[in-house]
Design a protein around this ligand. Structure first.
Ligand code: BT5
Length: 230
């Protein structure tokens, strides 16, 4: 499906997440050059100097029979598809919502439910220098030595998001799992999530992280903050 209309472009705002009008049709888009209070998950912030990153939110109206929290994984798949196609490098997804290139976080995705809809926010680091990024983060510029036109990148991501979303709407996470399973960044790593420690073994078809905790036992986690051994 085609995403991106109607479209609102702003130079600066608190967060594109707050500017999405949920009464608009599915696919409505807000793009900002700068956010003064960019949001991550769990009350965290998303930082990027003006003009350096691709920052946008898309309005989605999935059927209630789908599991909406999967949309942050879906966004990660679409961002990974687009970045791999553009950059020719392999990209990983760190459960539940980070996109990693060369072990650095290059993009983050945030799915927030509002008024029976989902506002899906995506931030991709494009032109930031090392000094302008948090620790363990990278941009297209720091990781490949060149920048990228943000408008071209947006078109590519919306394209991939549109097709992945259409597949997900009919078949759920199972229908897009080819873009997720092989890109699982945490697989085989020692992790701690919500107090549970072990080795991450896989992301299951419901989007949960499975952790081997020893003695052949596995625990599945729905969501949470992951601490991992680098
Ligand atoms: C995320 O949260 O990764 C979701 C980020 C979503 C941002 C987009 S931008 C457009 C839209 N409008 C918004 O206001 N938000 C969305 P989380 O997993 O909670 O990660 C947040 C953490 O990532 C922070 O606590 C920092 O450690 C780190 N961080 C902040 N800015 C970053 C950046 N530019 N690149 C990489 N990591 C960053």
């Amino acid at each position: 499906m085609t995403l991106g209309t109607p479209r609102l472009d702003v130079e600066s705002c608190e967060s594109t997440q707050l500017l999405v009008d949920t009464s608009l049709p599915e696919g409505a888009l807000v793009v900002a050059d700068h956010q003064t209070a960019g949001r991550g998950r769990l009350g965290r912030s998303w930082e990027a100097p003006a003009g350096t990153a691709l920052l946008f939110s898309v309005l989605l109206k999935p059927s209630p029979k789908r599991h909406a929290p999967e949309l942050s994984l879906l966004a990660g798949i679409a961002v990974a598809d687009a970045l791999e196609r553009i950059l020719g490098l392999s990209v990983q997804i760190k459960w539940p919502n980070d996109v990693m290139l060369r072990r650095q976080k290059i993009a983050g995705c945030l799915a927030e439910a509002r008024d029976d809809a989902v506002v899906l926010g995506i931030g991709i680091n494009v032109e930031q220098t090392k000094d302008e990024l948090p620790p363990n983060a990278g941009s297209i510029r720091t990781l490949t030595g060149r920048g990228w036109d943000r408008e071209d990148l947006l078109a590519a991501v919306l394209d991939d998001l549109g097709s992945r979303y259409a597949a997900w709407r009919t078949g759920g996470l199972d229908a897009v799992f080819d873009g997720l399973g092989p890109r699982d960044f945490l697989r085989g790593r020692q992790v701690t999530v919500n107090g549970t420690s072990g080795v991450a073994t896989m992301i299951d078809r419901e989007g949960r992280l499975e952790i081997a905790v020893g003695h052949g036992e596995h625990v599945k986690v729905e969501s949470g903050e992951v601490v991992y051994a680098r």
